[in-house]
Design a protein around this ligand. Structure first.
Ligand SMILES: C[S@@+](CC[C@H](N)C(=O)[O-])C[C@H]1O[C@@H](n2cnc3c(N)ncnc32)[C@H](O)[C@@H]1O
Length: 295
C-alpha cells in the first residue's frame, strides 16, 4: 500500500526526488521525475502507459489512466465525507486571515530545502526555455509565488539571452529572503501578494510582461480572491502574453487523503501546517479568463 511521506502529503510535486515505497514495501531510490522517465533518453511526456499491472510502482503517476466507475465513485464518496464534516466555522476564520503567516513559518522551517528544482519545466513549458536562447530578444518573465526560486534559478543558470529579465515574487517574506545570490542584471525578487488590489507598479509596468508563471500558487488562494488575482495577471501581460500555470487536479491523491475537519469550502482545504490548497478541474482557467474579458 502506498504510504505518503509528510512531504508528499504537503505537496506531491516534491516526490520527484524522494524515495517511494515499492510493492514489497522496500524503499527504492527514485531515478525518475514525476512527469518523465529520465532513465530513457527518448521518453517524452505522455508515454508512461501502464501496460503491465506489476509495474504499477515504477512511477508515481501514469499517463492516460482512465478511472473505472468504482474508482470514481470511491473518490466522490471520500470528498463527500470530507464536505459533510468540514472545519468548524469558528476555526475557518483563522486560516482565511493572514495566509502569508503560515507560508512564512513554512519557509522559516524549510528554508530553500523543501521544493526541488522544477526539472519538468523544459518538457511542459518549452516557451519558458525558449526565452533563454541567445537570439530570443527582449523577454520579461514574472514568476508569482516563486518560493525559494526553484523555477527562476534553474532558468537563469542556463540563460544565454542578454535581454532576458525575470521578476519573482512571493507574499512570504522568508521565501524571498531565502533566495540565493542573484544577478540584478537579469532578475529581481520582491515581496508581493497576488491578491492585492492592483499590480506592483514600482517593479512592473502594465502590459509589459511576455510570460507569467504560476506553479502550485493559485491553489493556495481562497476562491474569493481568484478574480482579483487573474485581473492582476491580465493587467501585467502584454497583448498575446502567456500564462504558464500548473496546479493540483480534482481527486488528486493529496485531496483524497485529507481527513475530516480540514475542508474550508468545496475542494479547498487546510493542511496541518496551516497552508491552504484547492483542487482544480481543467475548465477553471478558461472560465476566469472569460469572466475577465466580458466584464
Ligand atoms: C506550493 S508553493 C510553490 C512554490 C513555487 N512556485 C514552486 O513551485 O516551488 C506555493 C507558493 O505560493 C506562495 N503564495 C501563496 N499565496 C500567495 C499570494 N497570494 N501571493 C503571492 N504568493 C503566494 C506561497 O508563499 C508559496 O511560496
Amino acid at each position: 500500500m502506498l504510504q505518503a511521506t509528510e512531504k508528499e502529503y504537503l505537496d506531491p510535486t516534491i516526490t520527484e526526488d524522494t524515495t517511494t515505497p515499492s510493492s514489497d514495501n522496500t524503499k527504492l531510490k527514485k531515478d525518475w521525475s514525476s512527469v518523465r522517465d529520465i532513465r530513457q533518453e527518448t521518453n517524452t511526456f505522455g508515454t508512461r502507459l501502464l501496460e503491465n499491472k506489476d509495474d504499477v510502482w515504477h512511477h508515481n503517476a501514469w499517463d492516460h489512466v482512465e478511472w473505472n466507475e468504482e474508482q470514481e465513485k470511491a473518490a466522490k464518496q471520500k470528498v463527500s465525507l470530507q464536505s459533510n464534516n468540514p472545519m468548524k466555522l469558528e476555526d475557518r476564520q483563522i486560516f482565511l486571515k493572514n495566509p502569508s503567516e503560515y507560508w512564512n513559518t513554512f519557509y522559516k522551517h524549510n528554508e530553500n530545502k523543501f521544493f526541488k528544482d522544477r526539472q519538468w519545466l523544459k518538457i511542459e513549458f518549452p516557451e519558458l526555455h525558449h526565452t533563454t536562447n541567445s537570439e530570443s530578444g527582449n523577454q520579461k518573465i514574472f514568476e508569482i509565488g516563486c518560493g525559494a526560486g526553484n523555477t527562476m534559478f534553474p532558468l537563469l543558470s542556463i540563460n544565454k539571452n542578454p535581454n532576458l529579465f525575470i521578476y519573482a515574487c512571493d507574499f512570504a517574506e522568508n521565501a524571498v529572503q531565502n533566495n540565493k545570490e542573484y544577478d540584478l542584471k537579469h532578475c529581481k525578487a520582491f515581496v508581493w501578494d497576488l491578491t492585492n488590489k492592483g499590480i506592483p507598479m514600482e517593479h512592473i509596468e502594465p502590459n509589459s510582461l511576455d510570460i507569467v508563471v504560476l506553479i502550485f500558487v493559485m491553489s493556495a488562494l481562497c476562491p474569493n480572491d481568484w478574480v482579483q488575482a487573474v485581473d492582476n495577471v491580465y493587467n501585467m501581460l502584454k497583448p498575446g502574453g502567456l500564462v504558464l500555470f500548473r496546479d493540483y487536479g480534482r481527486y488528486d491523491m493529496v485531496q483524497l487523503r485529507f481527513k475530516e475537519g480540514r475542508m474550508l469550502s468545496d475542494n479547498f482545504y487546510v493542511r496541518g501546517d496551516g497552508t491552504r490548497v484547492y483542487f482544480f478541474t481543467s475548465g477553471w482557467w478558461i472560465i476566469y479568463v472569460y469572466v475577465l474579458m466580458f466584464n
